[in-house]
Design a protein around this ligand. Structure first.
Ligand code: NAP
Length: 244
């Protein structure tokens, strides 16, 4: 039986680093992406360099029908040969604007990707984990979901929703040795933060710098490991001391 880690939004940024870390730990990778196939293939190559198997799978986590069609078919074909032991709900987007000017699309797309995406993907993957009596679910949330950020009412709501879901699901599945935790990064260098004024923001971060995707991946790797068996329902911040 092959042990698989599924990382949503694994084509770039934090998701890519997590894929590579899990590959180093010996997991075979199922790398989800939405549209950027070239980047997804690059992540696949980086994982294969760690001597594991990696495959890419395209679906929009916010589109229930697509998730059920694509991931459902993968799970059916996998049968008992492949088991997803680690799920990282990492896919996320920003659509920042003040609430007074926020249109429906800006609200829905952010909620659909983070919160609804986590729901539809986890619902499919959790059942085999429960049957296997082992699993790790890691939800990528944000400082915004803990603190609330002006200009990000949609994003803050999506991430805060994921935090509540993390805590509730953790209690549902703990008896079957499945853990569910959330990681709340502060500012991490990636395409998502490329448009921000890093020099200006660094002034308010006690560490005086943005974090690196690899640093988030180290935390994800620990939570995904067997060593983290007694940690569940937690939200762990990684933010250079910005907010705790
Ligand atoms: P990123 O560099 O913008 O990468 C986003 C990833 O998500 C890409 O792989 C993208 O796929 C994928 N994605 C976006 N929408 C998707 C969808 N509907 N279905 C499937 N995949 C989708 O972002 P990042 O900075 O690595 O962020 C990763 C996660 O960390 C997000 O949840 C984000 O909210 C969270 N986070 C980031 C920071 C930060 O400072 N960077 C801070 C706190 C939390 P394609 O390549 O196909 O577009």
């Amino acid at each position: 039986m092959k042990k698989i880690a599924l990382v949503t939004g694994g084509s770039r940024g934090i998701g890519r680093s997590i894929c590579v870390k899990l590959a180093e730990m010996g997991y075979h990778l199922l790398i989800n992406y939405k549209s950027n196939e070239a980047e997804a293939l690059h992540t696949k190559q980086l994982c294969e360099e760690k001597n594991v198997e990696a495959e890419i799978i395209r679906f929009d986590v916010g589109n229930k029908d697509e998730v059920e069609l694509k991931l459902g078919a993968w799970l059916e074909e996998a049968g008992k040969e492949k088991i997803i032991e680690v799920l990282v709900n990492n896919a996320g987007i920003r659509q920042d604007t003040l609430l007074a000017f926020m249109n429906d699309e800006q609200w829905n797309s952010v909620l659909d990707t983070s919160l609804h995406g986590m729901f539809v993907v986890t619902r499919l993957v959790i059942k085999p984990m429960l049957m296997n009596r082992y699993g790790r679910v890691i939800n990528m949330v944000s400082l915004s979901g803990l603190k609330g950020m002006p200009g990000q009412v949609n994003y803050s709501a999506a991430k805060a929703g994921m935090i509540g879901a993390t805590k509730a699901l953790a209690q549902e599945v703990a008896p079957r040795k499945v853990t569910v935790n959330a990681i709340a990064p502060g500012f991490i260098s990636s395409d998502m933060t490329a448009d921000l004024d890093e020099a200006e923001l660094n002034k308010m971060i006690p560490m005086k710098r943005f974090g690196k995707p690899e640093e988030v991946a180290e935390l994800a790797g620990f939570l995904a490991s067997e060593k983290a068996a007694y940690i569940t329902g937690q939200v762990i911040s990684i933010n250079g001391g910005l907010y705790t």
